[in-house]
Write a protein that binds this ligand. Structure first.
Ligand SMILES: [Zn+2]
Length: 63
């Protein structure tokens, strides 16, 4: 997989930034209207510890 490849409608792990296939990961968390998916338990736990930090960063990048 190439890093930095972005697909419209794909799911990105907000912690590490990699693309995550929702069908293959068991780590997900609802955040507002969106469901965030994580590549690993490690990212999932980091997100749960500080969800606002990671969602704020994602929004900044989108703009
Ligand atoms: Zn990750």
């Amino acid at each position: 997989m190439l890093k930095g490849e972005e697909k419209i409608g794909g799911h990105r792990d907000p912690v590490c930034g990699m693309q995550v296939d929702p069908e293959k990961t068991k780590f997900s968390a609802k955040q507002g209207d969106e469901i965030c998916y994580f590549c690993s338990e490690y990212c999932y736990k980091r997100f749960l510890a500080e969800p606002e930090k990671f969602t704020a960063e994602a929004e900044k990048e989108e703009e």
